[in-house]
Every structure is written in C-alpha cells, then in structure tokens.
Design a protein around this ligand. Sequence first.
Ligand code: MN
Length: 311
Amino acid sequence: MSGPVSPGDSPPEGAAVVPAPPVLELTPSHATVVGGVQVRRALPRRSRRTVGAWCFADHLGPTSATDVDPLDIGPHPHTGLATVTWLLSGRLLHTDSLGTEQLVEPGQLNLMTAGLGVSHAEEQVRGTGGPLHGLQLWVAQPDATRSGPPAFEHHTGLPEEELPGVVTTALLGGGSPARADTALVGLDLALHGGPAALPLERAHEHALVVLDGALAVDGQRVEPGRLAYLGTGREELVVDADGPARAVLLGGEPFEAPVLMWWNFVGRTREELSAAYEAWEADDGVERFGRVPSDLPRVPAPAPTWYRGHG
Ligand code: MN
C-alpha cells in the first residue's frame, strides 16, 4: 500500500467544502490493511472528504484469534492534523518524537497534534487486552495552529452522560477536556438497544460510524463498514438500535478551507505537501519531524503523484 491516504481514498485536490442540508448519505468504507490489521476507512472518501474538521476515520479490526499480523506501524511523520486513537478493546503502545511513550487502553483518548511536524510509531501490545478493535481519527488543524508546535495529550476518565437508551462519552468537544482547535464533537455512543435521541448543534455537519451492532437512522439501516453522513441543520439525531450497539458520532462546523491530503500529511497546497515529503526523505526528516524512540523500521514516504514524470 502507498500509505494511509491514497488518491483512491481522496483525490489530492477537489471541490470546495459545501455544507449539505439535512440528508442521510450512506457511503461504503474502503477496506484496506494498516500495519497487519484490516481496517474500514470511512473517511476520506471521494464523495466526502471532511465532516467538520474530521478528515480521516479508520475502523480498526476487530482482529480475530487467527490473525497473526499485528498493527505495528514504524516511525512516520504527520503535519497539519491531530491523531485521535480510541479503542474498544486491545492495547496499543504510542511513542513519538516529543519523547512520549504511552500505553493506550480502551476508554482512553490518545491525542497527538502535529502542527508543522511530529512523528510517531504505533505498536499493538499482544497477549493481553483481547482483540484489537477501535478507531483512529484525524482532525485537520485550522490555519491558526497548523504551522505551530506539536503536542501530545492522553486522557482517562472522559465525561460520560447517561441518556435514555445510550451512554455517551465525550472524546472531543461536548465537555471533553481534550484540545480542540475548531468547534467540533466526537462522541462515543454505547447504545442499549431500542431508540435513543441525541441533541445536535444545528449549524454543524455530522456523521455516524457504527463500530458494533446495527441501528436505524431516518428509517435506514446503518452498520459497520459505512459512513452515515447526516449533513447540517439537525437539532436532534434519533437512532433505533437493533440491540446493544456501539457507534461514534463525528461533527463540527464545516471546515474553513478545502484540505489536501497526501499520505500522512494534511495541507492546503501541493507545494506544502511536497515540502513535507522532501523534509521526511531528507536527512531522515529529523529537523522537522524529530526522532521516535522505537525499534520498528522507519516508514519511507511515497513520492506524491504529481512528482511522476519528473524523474
Ligand atoms: Mn500516524
């Protein structure tokens, strides 16, 4: 594979972000492999690049007992985005160029902000914690912070709210202590089965990723392997779960600008992404992206498609 985001997921350039009216748009996720683990990529897709500032959503696993390859991703760089790791089961070890070494367990929010440049490695901790099952999300940074310094946060004990039919956990926004550079929400939904209603911010666009079980939205069935884009203009989301189910609600104010994504980089122009690529390839990228204390092999960057034909 050429890297986390390929042109098949999202062309590097495209139409401007246009907030949609209240809709229900079901988009199949793209099945791919990251490290050695099956993922279902709900964002970006050609037809839907961002939901608020959310620009990447990989549903990891669940792995099975017969899976032998772990999710091990060696040191690789990021720019212009924050990575969010949220596990339902299993364990990951996060190491980064800020010197962080952090075990990620279910119910804990791992948030790394790249700014101009950071690098990290992710390793599946085997033997304990059960199958690996969770989400990795990226949040595009606004112009105000995307050239700033990198940062890392890890949160346990996120705010939970018990509503009829559902327990919500605020990952980002919605009372979460985690850093958010734009107005957004990321809400874990543990649905008991049956109906549940969630208040929404009318001006925000929203989408649902179902991780386990199935539920109905506007009379349509939503299951794992799909992104249910809900548009803007909704004050409430009513879901009806078939039985116990788990989903994540993503939302936010429509993003300030169209984003360009290449490999592990988020920017606004090809020149910016080319500069990030060249920095990672030159001198091991240490000057811009730092050094990760990991024994895993460093991941080389693929050349951007627009380099083709230039030797
Ligand atoms: Mn990464």
